[in-house]
Design a protein around this ligand. Structure first.
Ligand code: SAH
Ligand code: SF4
Length: 370
């Protein structure tokens, strides 16, 4: 059985030709599902009874189960999804003035083993299928609609390394961005990578935006926290980023996690700037978010501010990322599928489970954290 949410328009056309049906049915199906949000074949009135019966045998519309929805005091929302095989992933909604960004997961766990990352502590359990990534978007969008909220941006910055799961990730982009799909803008999708150089061209080709997790100011410091740097060292990575900016005329976003005493010194800011100053870029500084068993600490606010000011002073376009959703353990690098590993003392007393009254109990009342 095929899962509809994992099919691009071309996949659908191939399926239709296999069963001897007209190609334009692909467009009709996409419109029913993504525009009208109708998945009951019986309600698809422009399909004949015989066609509906044929589809019913071959296509299903199942989505991962949303088993938890938490709302932070700062408006961040976190969702836990359970897959058919009981594996779980998390996705996060981050509000900003004029944006509502969905941070989406591409894998259960991650093999890149970055030392500061909670997801990286879990080895890769499996890669998600396209329908499971599209599903995170569709289900959250359906839920938010009930309270008139609309997703404006998507970032692949949840669990997993998107370039370790290229087939599903780029299918997801194609499905969500197709005119007859969700018609989402490719320029509003950012794919963040730890730097798997041989796959980075795919981001350029997809016309989504590129973000690269730098997290080090030279090869030694980067290798220390991101083992992938041994295989794909900085000079090659930065050359690939330069290529992206040349071909797309877009800036690359560099993410840089501030680890206390490790990557947060003024001298490190200067070295970081030397590395990237010749590349059209934005730098996102992310103060480390602590998690159970982490070997690192978050620098104090003064150190963070000094680092930020130094980069500004040097002429960088830099954004200090405000930590969102800390009370519900939804900040960068805190996502996990090992839900029971959450700190016992995680303080959610001011947070709401299930969100505002309009969206409360949206997850079937299965929420339990305490
Ligand atoms: N695998 C991809 C995307 C997911 S990680 C990547 O590495 O780019 C998303 C971002 O969260 C990365 O920039 C990563 O450096 C950052 N991150 C991971 N753990 C973190 C933590 N504990 N605190 C702050 N940021 C973290
Ligand atoms: Fe994987 Fe990204 Fe975490 Fe590194 S930072 S372990 S690549 S999810």
């Amino acid at each position: 059985m095929l899962n509809f949410y994992g099919l691009t328009i071309d996949d659908l056309k191939a399926f239709l030709s296999d069963i001897g049906k007209e190609q334009f049915r692909a467009q009709q199906l996409m419109k029913w599902v993504y525009e009208k949000r109708i998945t009951d074949l019986e309600q698809m009135t422009n399909l004949s009874k015989e066609t509906r019966a044929l589809f019913a045998d071959k296509i299903q519309f199942d989505l991962p189960k949303m088993v938890q929805h938490l709302v932070s005091v700062d408006g961040t929302q976190k969702f836990l999804f359970e897959m058919y095989d009981k594996n779980t992933v998390e996705a996060v909604i981050i509000p900003a003035e004029d944006r509502l960004t969905l941070c989406i997961s591409s894998e259960v766990g991650c093999n890149m083993a970055c030392k500061f990352c909670f997801t990286g502590k879990q080895k890769l359990k499996r890669r998600l299928d396209a329908y499971e990534i599209v599903g995170q978007f569709v289900e959250i969008e359906d839920l938010l609609k009930k309270s008139d909220q609309k997703i404006t941006n998507i970032v692949f910055m949840g669990m997993g390394e998107p370039l370790d799961n290229v087939e599903a990730v780029f299918k997801t982009v194609d499905i969500l961005c197709h005119d007859f799909g969700r018609n989402f803008s490719r320029r509003k999708i950012t794919i963040s990578t730890s730097g798997i150089i041989p796959e980075m061209w795919r981001i350029t080709k997809s016309r989504a935006r590129l973000a690269v997790s730098l997290n080090g100011y030279d090869d030694q410091s980067r290798t220390e926290v991101m083992p992938i740097n041994k295989k794909y060292p900085l000079s090659d990575l930065l050359e690939e980023c330069r290529k992206y900016t040349r071909e797309t005329k877009d800036r690359v976003t560099f993410e840089y996690v501030l680890l206390k005493g490790v990557t947060d010194q003024i001298e490190h800011a200067r070295q970081l700037w030397k590395l990237v100053r010749s590349i059209p870029c934005k730098i996102n500084i992310i103060p480390f978010n602590e998690h159970p068993g982490s070997d690192y600490h978050r620098p104090d606010d003064e150190t963070v501010e000094k680092f930020h000011s130094e980069l500004l002073h040097l002429g960088a376009q830099v954004l200090l990322r405000r930590t969102m959703g800390r009370d519900i353990f939804a900040a960068c690098g805190q996502l996990t599928s090992e839900f029971n590993n959450k700190p016992k003392n995680m303080d959610i007393s001011n947070s709401k489970i299930g969100g505002s009254p309009r969206v409360r109990n949206s997850c079937g009342g299965q929420l339990s954290l305490r």
